[in-house]
Design a protein around this ligand. Structure first.
Ligand code: PLP
Length: 385
């Protein structure tokens, strides 16, 4: 049967860039652990010269991730932070960036403590109101940089509304799509110019490797980022590329379970007597639930909740057994963390207070274990409070 239908998401995750190896027919993309490539003569080669510049395993991963985010190309880096640093390295001294005020703590740490020293300027605004973005744009603004939902407060920004402002003001919009993955949110379809991920999280999905990606919509972006891979060298190794290629094959299946269990855990927490507040866009009580339904095709498994104090948070976190206390998110295992002392420690007490990150907040990345076991574990731990 002939059809013009585009392959669906799960099919692209398994097959885009992951075609059988032409040499052997291997269904799995080979790992090419090589630093260099034999050349046939001066300037004569098979497309690969040196692995900082390009590597066949990396090429396949970049093709795959571009297909999943519907971009024209993707460039992978050694970590999510290396990918974000590459985006900032496309700017010049004197350029200005408007950022969300509730980003992953490592991002403002890079911006304020490293890049501001090289003459880049950053303003932080509450991007959940698109008008704040418009007001913050200056003559020298080159980028608007947002995360939606935010980490850890699960505030949403309206990607389509912000992208309209960016287009009108001739500023590029970058969206960190780590929390939702391309399975539940497609920023490029909503008008974003570039999408960034920590592949360390849902794209890899197995908590066994760090990585980052920038997905581009314009050839100039892809060229500049390829140049930065070559010039600065913060590339992803062939083995780590392979881990993401392996992990991403099950992204659709994993995200379905993450989402189903995420909703169950959020409902459970919302009705638990020891929990004071739950931040999850899938709850009807979330102030931006309507936007969540419009902009995302699922709600995912990132949930933050208020235990009331550092003491309460510590009491419960010491008791969890199925949930693993640790930084990071997006793995098959349920990971639970304490934003004030972990992901957002770099903001300092004042910085955290300004955006509403309290010492009692706990963040959970619901994994794909049996959800009854996750609920029993959380119930036992919460009842220690
Ligand atoms: C939303 C988000 N973006 C970026 C990063 C940075 O990624 P990496 O740890 O891979 O450098 C993280 C890390 O937790 C994150 O949560």
């Amino acid at each position: 049967m002939k059809t013009n239908r585009q392959p669906g998401f799960a099919t692209r995750a398994i097959h885009s860039g992951q075609e059988p190896d032409p040499l052997t027919g291997a269904v799995t993309v080979p790992i090419y652990p090589t630093s260099t490539y034999v050349q046939q003569g001066i300037g004569e080669h098979k497309g690969y010269e040196y692995s900082r510049v390009s590597n066949p395993t990396r090429t396949r991963l970049e093709q795959n991730l571009a297909a999943l985010e519907d971009g024209i190309a993707a460039r992978v880096f050694a970590s999510g932070m290396a990918a974000i640093n590459a985006i900032a390295s496309m700017l010049q001294s004197g350029d200005h960036v408007v950022c969300g005020n509730d980003l992953y703590g490592g991002t403002p740490r890079l911006f304020n403590q490293v890049l501001a020293g090289f003459g880049l300027e950053f303003s932080y605004v509450d991007t959940s109101d698109a008008e704040n973005v418009e007001r913050a744009i200056r003559k020298n603004t080159r980028l608007v940089y947002i995360e939606t939902p935010t980490n850890p407060l699960m505030r949403l920004s309206d990607i389509a509304a912000i992208s309209r402002i960016c287009r009108r003001r001739k500023v590029e919009l970058v969206v960190d799509n780590t929390f939702m993955s391309p399975y539940f949110q497609q920023p490029i379809a909503l008008g974003a110019d570039m999408v960034v991920h920590s592949t360390t999280k849902f794209l890899n999905g197995h908590s066994d490797g760090l990585g980052g990606v920038v997905v581009c919509t314009k050839p100039a972006q892809a060229e500049k980022l390829a140049f930065l891979q070559k010039a600065a060298g913060a590339i992803l190794s062939p083995f780590e590329c392979w881990l993401v290629l392996r992990g991403v094959k099950t992204l659709a299946a994993r995200m379905e379970i993450h989402d189903r269990s995420g909703r169950i855990v959020a409902d459970f927490l919302a009705s638990h007597k020891k929990v004071k507040q739950v931040f999850y866009p899938g709850l009807a009580s979330h102030p931006q639930h309507a936007l969540a339904k419009r902009q995302m095709s699922g709600f995912g498994s990132m949930i933050t909740f208020e235990t009331g104090s550092l003491k309460n948070a510590n009491r419960m976190l010491k008791k969890v057994r199925v949930c693993s206390l640790g930084e990071s998110l997006g793995g098959v295992e349920t990971l639970i963390s304490h934003p004030a002392t972990m992901t957002h420690a770099a903001l300092g007490e004042k910085g955290r207070k300004a955006i509403g990150i309290t010492d009692g907040l706990v963040r959970i990345s619901v994994g794909i274990e049996d959800v009854e076991d996750i609920l029993a574990d959380l119930d036992g731990a919460l009842n220690e409070i």
